[in-house]
Design a protein around this ligand. Structure first.
Ligand code: CIR
Length: 253
């Protein structure tokens, strides 16, 4: 069970953030509304929400997932791979320290974005991407193995972050798309396979009794509900314009 989440409000500068998409410019009014609905959904899942103030100096800082990895026992402050985002960790560190005594750090030349880290019970999967390098993944693996977890490093071929294309929804089950569907690392899991056209919905989050999915993917919703999951659908259009998905907007622990 998750007890807590940390989120950070988006600011007006969000429109100046990083993106590879051609979906257009985010509409701030819609963005703020979608973030409010995201926080409401988390509260419905029964977690305590720590809501950090927007920081206009860091347009992408609402994507808090990239700044840390939080487990039941310890925290890892990441070292984000995009220069424009790296110092987001300075504001996250004190917020994390309110909850944790044991805090580790990914150190340069290692880089790691939390979006490249997937936890499934006592196992971690770490993507090597444009943001997470081999040294960052190696440091991460060393830390979590010391803490009694396993870690598998997965060089990415296409996805932006590891969790762009995969989510763990409990009960030994993965929601996955694209390069992960037949990946040997995930062979032992039950799979909910997401086709190319619905790929964005592979980034969903299980929070206690619910799985939160992006709105507009009825097939993904149907597959999850058929398996007995209760879903919450959220409009994510404005975050998607800047390569963000549901997992990126919170740290859940
Ligand atoms: C970035 O390029 O860093 C942001 N515009 C999007 C980050 C998305 N984060 C995530 O997938 N964990």
């Amino acid at each position: 069970m998750f007890k807590n989440v940390i989120v950070k409000n988006p600011g007006n500068s969000f429109i100046n953030g990083l993106t590879t998409s051609d979906l257009g410019k985010p509409i701030l009014e819609k963005l703020f509304k979608q973030h409010v609905q995201y926080v409401e959904a988390l509260k419905k899942c029964g977690v305590e929400v720590t809501q950090l103030e927007a920081d206009e100096a860091f347009p992408d800082s609402t994507f808090v997932e990239d700044t840390a990895v939080l487990t039941a026992e310890f925290a890892i402050i990441s070292n984000p791979g995009a220069a424009a985002r790296n110092r987001e960790i300075e504001a996250m560190e004190p917020a994390v320290k309110k909850f944790y005594d044991k805090v580790y750090y990914i150190q340069a030349p290692g880089t790691l974005d939390g979006g490249d880290v997937l936890q499934a019970e006592k196992k971690f999967y770490v993507g090597i991407s444009d943001r997470t390098n081999e040294e960052g993944a190696r440091q991460f693996k060393e830390i979590v193995e010391k803490e009694g977890y396993e870690a598998t490093i997965i060089p990415l071929k296409e996805f932006f972050h590891l969790k762009t294309g995969i989510a763990y929804v409990g009960e030994n089950r993965m929601v996955l798309a694209g390069e992960f569907v037949n990946h040997p690392a995930f062979a032992s899991y039950d799979k909910i396979v997401i086709p190319k056209e619905d790929e964005y919905s592979a980034n969903c989050i299980q929070v206690n009794d619910y799985v939160i999915i992006p709105a507009g993917y009825p097939e993904t919703n149907r597959k999850l509900t058929a398996l007995g999951y209760q879903t919450i659908e959220l409009e994510m259009s404005e975050f998607q314009k800047h390569d963000g998905g549901l997992s990126c907007l919170s740290l859940r622990f």
